[in-house]
Design a protein around this ligand. Structure first.
Ligand code: FES
Length: 171
């Protein structure tokens, strides 16, 4: 077992700071395990979102060392290797979305957009055949796990709020 230092963003509605924690590391841990350990042993009110811990639900996305990633799919051994020796691992919420608290952001805009997409009903004729081409197109949408990392890496969306009277992002 080793001890590492990690800085996690704590605060509400964009106001806050990175707080440093010492975390005991066990073999095979992923970053989400470290966040849970901090919650369990030091900060019971640390907010984060997660569900599957298997890279399937998309809810645990955060910026790890400034890079949007899934916390449950980020091995501590990898992130320690990637972090320069004189630096501390940082975990921040996704910058693109309005900040709620700690590592949690408001991604509800995506659900509003999804409601605006009309469903594919197909033609009215009873002998209509669903082609493989159409099946593949629909399948493409099913591969999205709604982690919204793609939006977090889009500089247009990252800067949009600041330029359009959204709350300034101070993360
Ligand atoms: S907890 Fe579901 S993707 Fe990470």
């Amino acid at each position: 077992m080793t001890d590492i230092k990690m800085k996690v963003f704590r605060g509400e509605e964009g106001e806050g700071e990175l707080i440093e924690y010492d975390v005991e590391l066990d073999e095979g841990m992923v970053l989400l395990d470290c966040i849970h350990r901090i919650q369990h042993e030091q900060e019971p009110d640390l907010s984060c979102r997660w569900n599957c811990k298997a890279g399937k639900c998309g809810s645990c996305s955060a910026e790890i060392n400034g890079k949007p990633s899934l916390m449950c799919m980020t091995r501590m051994s990898d992130i320690i290797e990637e972090t320069p020796e004189n630096e501390v691992i940082t975990v921040r919420p996704l910058k693109t979305f309005p900040h709620i608290r700690d590592l949690v952001t408001d991604v509800s805009w995506n659900y509003e957009m999804a409601k605006a997409v009309s469903p594919i009903k197909g033609p009215d004729e009873p002998d209509w055949e669903f082609s493989q081409f159409e099946a593949k197109r629909a399948q493409e949408f099913r591969t999205c796990i709604e982690c919204y990392i793609c939006q977090d890496t889009c500089h247009v969306l990252r800067e949009w709020r600041t330029k359009n009277n959204g709350p300034p992002c101070k993360l």
